[in-house]
Structure formats: C-alpha cells, structure tokens
Design a protein around this ligand. Structure first.
Ligand code: FES
Length: 257
C-alpha cells in the first residue's frame, strides 16, 4: 500500500469523475486496484486509464465511499494497492465491447488497447440518458465503431445496449464480446453470445476485502472474483448459478444481483 497524490480530476459526465493519481503502476484493462480513504473504507476500482507514471479511476457517486472519493481535490492523498485480478484477454480480430452506466469505467481503456493491437472494435454503450454516457467519444477517437443506446432516446438509439449487440451478432460481425456493467445486462450479453456460439468475457463485481485471494469474501460459485477474475470467460460463466441472480453483502448474506 502506498499513498498517491491526486494529480488531476476530470469531469467525464455530470455523474462521473476520473481521479488521476501519481502512481507508476502497470495495469491492463479489466484489472483493478484497492483504493483507501483513511478513516472511511477501502474499495476495489477498475483502472480506467494507465499511462506514464499515472493511473486513472472513474467513479460515480453511489455510496459514502464513492461520494467522498469523487469530492476529493488535486493534491490530496489516496491509498492505493494493486494492480489485482486478470483483466480482459480477447485474442480475436473482431470484438464488441458492451458497457452500461458506470460499469463502462474500464472499457474506454480496453477499446484503446484493442485498437492499438489492430482489432476491429465495436463499442456498444448504454445509459439512461445522453448525459450519463461514458467514454463514447474516447472509443471513437481510438478508431472504434461506436453504437450508443439510451433508455430515453436522448442520443442515437432508444433502447438497451443488448439490443444493439443482438443486431451485431445477427450480422455475424463479431468473434468475441467483452462486457462490464450491471450484472443483469451482462447476463443477457452472455446469453446472446451463447445463442450464437460467440466467446464472452464478463467483468464481475463482488464485495471485496483483501483483493488477492485470502479472505474468501468475493466468492461466486466457488470462484474468487479478485483472483480468478474479475474477468471470466464463457467456460466459467457457464458454471456460475449466481451470475446475474445473486450477490452477497459484507457479511456474506445474499442480495439480489
Ligand atoms: S477479496 Fe479476499 S479473497 Fe477476494
């Protein structure tokens, strides 16, 4: 664990901010770090940027921890340890990335990395309204085909990201799908992929304490999300009964996913 200074705070949309930290970490898209606010809590956050001597984490205000984090200012210190987990490993040429709401945090980074490696990327992003879209422009700048879906129709297609993915899969344009977002959306993404025999990699989220496979807090159907995930391939998703149906709270008691 080290303390890192906040170098920059960037407003990504009205609900979400990125904090850039002065930390030399080498992370791949889908990996996460544990961020610590002294006296409050420690939580896992996906890397949304990783560059020369600095890393970025994108947060929405969803609880006391993320609320406090998103209010922090340049020059303040945050504890950070990691990187942890495995990250996305798509080795295919034609890849769809599907994100929803604040779950899209690691996906702009992923689009950039895949495009840099020469993959043809379709970036499907959904949000409630136009103002809550995340990283659509960033993916476009990286050279991805961007398909936007909003629940209220305020930008491009009215509907869910899964509707746009279904069309892409129907056209047979995709070899593999990477997804991160609400688990119910990822479950649907996985089912669409299964119906077409297309590989799916989904980034799961579970309550975490240690972040590196010791406490057992993050288990899902016998897999440890922090160590064997957070990104799981189709072969493992198929074996998870809790994927898309059940989560557990800090005491291990069941919550609806
Ligand atoms: S968070 Fe401790 S084992 Fe995963």
């Amino acid at each position: 664990m080290g303390m890192a200074k906040i170098l920059e705070v960037r407003e990504e949309n009205p609900r979400m901010r990125t904090l850039f930290l002065d930390a030399a970490m080498k992370a791949s898209p889908g990996q996460f770090a544990m961020l610590w606010i002294p006296g409050l809590n420690e939580k896992p956050l996906s890397f949304s940027y990783c560059g020369e001597g600095r890393v970025g984490f994108t947060v929405a205000k969803v609880g006391p921890f993320s609320e406090k984090l998103s209010q922090m200012k340049v020059g303040e210190l945050v504890g950070v340890r990691g990187p942890f987990g495995n990250g996305f490993k798509p080795k295919w040429d034609r890849i769809a990335i599907v994100g929803g709401g604040c779950g899209a945090a690691p996906l702009g980074f992923l689009a950039e990395e895949l495009a840099r490696k020469g993959a043809k990327v379709s970036f499907v992003v959904g949000a409630k309204t136009k103002g809550e879209l995340l990283f659509a422009e960033r993916a476009r700048s990286a050279g991805a085909e961007v398909l936007v879906c909003t629940d209220d129709g305020s930008e491009e297609r009215k509907g869910f990201a899964t509707d746009a993915l279904k069309d892409l899969l129907e056209k047979g344009k995709i070899d593999a799908v990477c997804t991160c977002g609400p688990e119910i959306m990822m479950r649907k993404v996985f089912e669409l992929c299964e119906a077409k025999g297309v590989e799916c990699q989904a980034s799961l989220e579970r309550w975490m304490k240690c972040g590196f496979g010791v406490c057992g807090q993050c288990a899902i159907d016998g897999f440890l999300v922090c160590k064997e995930g957070p990104v799981f391939p189709s072969s493992k998703l198929r074996r998870m009964r809790e994927f898309g149906t059940l989560k557990r709270d800090a005491c291990g008691l069941p919550l609806k996913a």
